[in-house]
Write a protein that binds this ligand. Structure first.
Ligand code: GRG
Length: 331
């Protein structure tokens, strides 16, 4: 029996009083500029440094650091530590993408519209660059300014747990070695390899901003649900033209993904249900007018426009993002 697709009202962009596209563009710019500084050339400008910089500074969405900074903003917090902590999370993400693309893992040749790092610099340099980026991330965190030592230690421990044996690494291991498995097992893998890094971004915002336990829990639940939705969206991109996605096409053929296991319609239904849950938790944590909510709405604007995704009366379905928002690189 077919289940009805849940409606996700958080996707109606027009409900926000102002489209702070400049504010988000400024945040992105500040993140890129700070990563550029954090990876400044200290020794010779050799292939290792070039590979680290090419990976971290190439044209990604900066979703994780933006999430951290937007959640902090929604919590009314403007700590000077935020930008460095946000960049540390992005460095971990960059390190993970390098490893993910290696021939022994996903064997991808295209990333963010450019040859993968191992194609540009060789496998040996790619692995070393990944380890160096990971190490740099923890170094940045350990030196974050304007933050109590105990808080800093908590941030380091939280990120270490997220990356390690029970975190991203476990998720990648399951992805490579888990074989055919149930939708629930696939969702668990997705949570480990994608959700946890979004989760840690909002956890770190909660820690720095001294959010109460209830709010922190709702924010984490939001991030994990959004992570599930995002991984399904990412899986859908696998079938799209690489000129549009900047990634290889067809890497998921024969892989245990929710689309391959459940079919496209049911996967889309799950995506909508996860977004609905993410939105409910986010609104419960920081209210309906937050910037994070708008960011999520932008990320999923294309899905919101898909008729099958949110079958509802034409009037309520008018979810066209304004022209400025549509310009953001959100593929
Ligand atoms: C030791 C850091 C480390 C990791 C080891 C390789 C590995 C374990 C994990 C890989 C996990 C991985 C790559 C998951 C995919 C997550 C995902 C959906 C990536 C795409 O994220 P976007 O769309 O990418 O935010 P951009 O390019 O916009 O940054």
């Amino acid at each position: 029996m077919k289940t009805a697709t849940p409606r996700y009202d958080g996707l109606r962009l027009e409900q926000f009083d102002r489209a702070p596209v400049d504010e988000m563009a400024e945040m992105r710019f500040a993140i890129d500029r700070r990563i550029d500084e954090l990876l400044a050339v200290s020794g010779p400008l050799d292939q290792l440094t070039n590979a680290m910089r090419a990976s971290a500074l190439s044209a990604g969405k900066r979703m994780r650091p933006l999430l951290l900074m937007l959640v902090a903003r929604d919590l009314g917090c403007a700590s000077k530590a935020l930008i460095d902590v946000a960049c540390a999370v992005e460095l971990v993400h960059a390190a993970s993408l390098i490893l993910d693309d290696l021939p022994c893992m996903d064997d991808a040749s295209l990333r963010r519209g450019k040859p993968a790092i191992h194609i540009q610099f060789g496998e040996d340099v790619a692995i070393l660059a990944s380890v160096a980026l990971l190490s740099r991330a923890f170094g940045v965190l350990s030196q974050a300014q304007d933050i109590q030592p105990a808080t800093r230690a908590r941030l380091v421990a939280t990120l270490a747990q997220t990356v390690g044996e029970q975190g991203l690494v476990r998720g990648q291991f399951e992805d490579l070695h888990g074989g055919a498995r149930s939708p629930e097992a696939i969702a668990t893998t997705n949570e480990l390899k994608t959700g946890l890094l979004l989760g840690v971004a909002v956890d770190m915002a909660s820690i720095i901003c001294h959010a109460g336990d209830d709010v922190a829990q709702q924010l984490r639940a939001f991030a994990l649900a959004a992570g599930q939705a995002f991984q399904i969206k990412d899986d859908f991109l696998d079938g799209k033209d690489s000129a549009v996605t900047g990634k290889d096409t067809g890497k998921d053929v024969g892989k245990a993904t929710l689309i391959n296991t459940l079919g496209r319609d049911e996967a889309l239904r799950r995506l909508a249900a996860c977004l609905l849950e993410a939105d409910r938790c986010l609104v419960a944590a920081v209210g309906a007018k937050g910037r994070t909510r708008q960011f999520v709405a932008q990320l999923f604007a294309k899905e919101a426009k898909a008729k099958r995704f949110a079958p509802e009366p034409a009037k309520a379905r008018d979810a066209r993002p304004n022209a400025q928002l549509a310009e953001l690189p959100l593929t």
